[in-house]
Design a protein around this ligand. Structure first.
Ligand code: NOJ
Length: 759
């Protein structure tokens, strides 16, 4: 494109004029240096400004007046909330045809679980433990988003979360750093592909750096306070994995880290991210998080904006603290122009990498949406991924799978509720395109007789419903009395062979700013479940939620429970695929399910403590509770199948290894049930003695295998030297010699074990 040749010529000219360059960081991209050489201080600051014109992707105008004027004046580096090839083209034209240096805009979006072809919420996706499928889904999302003009994705969200009260647990991969790191890498690869400048790949943005998932008491935006040991060993690995996978950008979190909010935290953004991890992309703030440092108590807007820039933040999302104060800060000597140049350089490098400096309209091909978005192939992938994300929690008397010609009472407030299928944070998806559970049953089992009754409201609490309905009606409180709805459902149940009750959380009961202190199924629905079970008919619960729930009462009932999260645009078809046995469920939980909220934070990789409780019992002066056991309701890694698997014969290829050696563990896994099925074979490692207190066990390997009925397979997993390492008190990543115990099985309570010595 002309922009590139033109700026390059000027660059050469300026080089001839000036031989007096002082020491400064240089980009190895000559186009970027050429641009920088021409830019005024104001223009550089403009590149650091990230705006959203408002109005939302689906309904919004291209750009509002104010944003237009700013783009033309070279005061905007990127936009989000704008999509569609034409709208993006118009936005780019404002920059390319009107601003002095014609620098194209980065166009961002939150493509969290699919663009238009919405697949399950990320917590559900992680339960597939299928990295190939996850990468494929991210690839599909990037293809759709770029077809619609978007080339920068605010994903993956890799915050480790061990507190299911926090609504944003729905957006990540759960509690475990090893699994979280694998998912982070798969998503970055899926979005970015091999060539970032291709028109169907997009810049990925790992978020939220850092520790956002550890907000105290699970309350969103709350304080985080954590030791460095816990950070390095448990919370930071997924962010680092994204960096190692080449992620192009990062977004800061709202919380503070060691007393300094992430957006102004130099240790985090410069020492750790760029220094220690070698990150070479750019960093954006989260929505107004620079301004929010004022609320945190760090000073006025000018002060916190200068703090953020000096810390290593490159782009300021929405708040415009950079735009309105940085120049003054340079003039007052609070920051240097070189610090601004450096941030601008990083933003321009990203534009170069994405191919925008070559062709600003690279992502504005009007033919693509029809060809690439919501294709039958994409919907098939979303359906497949959804079936793999479901976790069978219980299957009393093998109620599931259902006969395909059964007379079914399909009951519950989420059984015929299109608006609740996509799940939280699907701003680019269209809920009206989602398949309801009722429709899915009819599609997949046309010979079944399916009759529907709502039975209960998601909740009868009007105040809660109002908060949840902030993006439109998700909880619709019926005009009928709760009693008459219940009676209708019970009546239908009694005249059917089997009851399927679709219950749980509405979409916006999880997600951003949707924390709960009571994470049980709302009472209106519990009542319905009790009444249905009391009919004596077999009952299967299809449980939807964006988080682990506390369901001790339901787990005690003689029912089947299939956890389906919020399954996405193909919800009904995918649920029916599993309910009628076209796919045998294989999902495994990636976050522990507590018995009650008092057990939170809860996770499997706990430490021993000095006073371990006797297993299954209670002893005074040991670590325990008076009212519940220490164990969770459902452990990490847990999930049943319509068949069952037997593990035996664990063997290690060595009994001792040196520091640079790997060790391979093999087990025999046998399908001892009556159906073919997939199993996620999990390997946990215990470092028996070391210089800092070790967790009881940690996930260090997994493999998903398919086994025919009666089939037996030897499954091997390799532990590599880095898998034995941890961050010690000096924050060095080391392995210490001694004994290691391995456990292999179908969840984190695996008992089959062996051991080896690291010399
Ligand atoms: C705020 C959220 O925390 C973040 O995840 C998101 O990417 C931005 N808003 C932009 O929508």
């Amino acid at each position: 494109m002309i922009v590139r040749k033109y700026v390059f010529a000027i660059f050469l000219f300026q080089l001839l004029l000036s031989c007096s360059s002082k020491e400064q960081t240089q980009s190895n991209i000559s186009e970027v240096e050429a641009l920088l050489a021409q830019m005024t201080l104001e223009e550089k600051i403009g590149q650091l400004n990230l705006l959203t014109p408002g109005g939302g992707v689906a309904t919004g105008s291209v750009v509002s007046e104010n944003v237009e004027a700013k783009i033309k004046a070279g005061q905007v580096g990127g936009l989000f909330g704008v999509a569609g090839p034409e709208r993006v083209r118009k936005a780019q034209e404002l920059a390319v045809a009107h601003s002095r240096l014609k620098i194209p805009l980065l166009i961002g979006s939150d493509v969290i679980h699919g663009y238009k072809t919405t697949y399950p919420i990320p917590l559900g996706v992680s339960c597939s433990w299928d990295m190939r499928l996850i990468e494929q889904a991210a690839r599909m999302a990037a293809t759709e988003a770029t077809a619609d003009g978007v080339m920068w994705n605010f994903s993956p969200m890799v915050d480790i979360a061990r507190d299911p009260r926090w609504g944003r647990i729905a957006e990540g991969a759960g509690e475990d750093p090893y699994l979280g790191a694998a998912v982070a890498a798969a998503m970055v690869k899926g979005y970015q592909g091999d060539d970032l400048s291709a028109s169907n790949t997009m810049l990925s943005c790992v978020k939220h750096l850092a520790l956002y998932g550890a907000s105290q008491a699970g309350r969103d935006y709350h304080t985080v306070d954590m030791s460095k040991l816990k950070m390095f060993n448990h919370y930071l690995p997924p962010y680092k994995a994204a960096v190692d996978a080449g992620v192009a950008s990062a977004m800061t979190s709202f919380n503070d880290i060691d007393g300094v909010p992430a957006s102004g935290n130099k240790w985090l953004l410069t020492e750790l991210l760029r220094g220690r991890w070698g990150f070479d992309g750019f960093v954006t703030s989260d929505y107004t998080s620079v301004n929010e440092m004022t609320e945190h108590g760090l000073g006025d807007l000018q002060t916190v904006s200068a703090l953020a820039l000096k810390a290593g933040l490159d782009m300021d999302m929405v708040g415009e603290g950079f735009l309105t104060t940085l120049k003054e800060s340079v003039e007052q000597g609070k920051i240097t122009e070189e610090e601004i140049t450096q941030a601008c350089r990083r933003v321009l490098e990203a534009k170069y990498r994405s191919g925008l400096l070559d062709d600003p309209y690279h992502y504005s091909d009007g033919q693509r949406p029809k060809r690439d978005i919501l294709t039958a192939e994409n919907r098939a992938l979303a359906r497949k991924l959804a079936t793999r994300s479901f976790v069978l929690l219980k299957n009393h008397n093998s109620i599931l799978p259902l006969k395909r010609d059964a007379k079914i009472a399909l009951i519950g407030p989420l059984a015929d509720s299109r608006k609740n299928m996509l799940g939280t944070w699907a701003p680019t998806g269209n809920p009206d395109l989602a398949v309801t559970i009722l429709e899915g049953f009819k599609n997949v089992a046309p010979n079944a007789e399916v009759n529907y009754a709502k039975g209960a409201n998601v909740t009868d609490d009007e105040a809660l419903a109002k908060k949840v309905n902030v993006f439109g009606p998700r909880i619709v409180i019926d005009k009928r009395s709760t009693e008459s709805m219940l009676q209708e459902a019970v009546h239908l149940a009694k005249s059917s062979d089997v009851v399927v009750a679709v219950v749980g959380e509405a979409t916006e009961m999880s997600g951003e700013s949707a924390s709960r202190t009571d994470i049980s199924i709302p009472e209106s629905q519990k009542k319905l479940i009790r009444a249905l079970v009391a009919t004596g008919k077999p009952v299967a619960l299809i449980l939807m939620s964006g988080r682990p729930l506390t369901i001790p009462e339901e787990m005690d009932l003689p029912v089947a429970i299939l956890q389906v999260w919020h399954p996405g645009v193909e919800a009904g078809n995918a649920v029916a695929d599993v309910v009628f046995g076209h796919y045998n469920p294989s999902g495994k939980l990636t976050a522990t399910w507590p018995r009650n909220v008092g057990q939170i934070p809860i996770y499997y990789s706990i430490k021993h403590t000095g006073r371990p409780n006797p297993e299954g019992g209670y002893e005074k002066f040991k670590t325990n509770y008076l009212d519940v056991p220490n164990t969770p309701l459902l452990p990490f890694g847990y999930g049943l199948s319509y068949t069952s698997f037997r593990y035996s014969n664990l063997r290690l290829d060595k009994s001792e290894i040196g520091a640079d050696e790997s060790i391979t563990i093999t087990v025999t896994v046998e399908n001892v049930g009556n159906l073919a099925g997939e199993e996620v074979v999990q390997l946990y490692l215990q470092d028996v003695v070391r210089s800092i207190t070790p967790p009881k066990r940690q996930l260090k390997g997994f493999k998903k295998v398919m086994l025919e009925k009666g089939e037996r397979k030897a499954v091997s997993l390799t532990i590599r030297p880095d898998d034995l390492k941890f961050y010690n008190s000096q924050l060095e990543f080391v392995a210490e010699p001694g004994e290691f115990v391995v456990y292999v099985g179908g969840n984190s309570d695996a008992t089959l074990s062996g051991s080896f010595i690291l010399n």
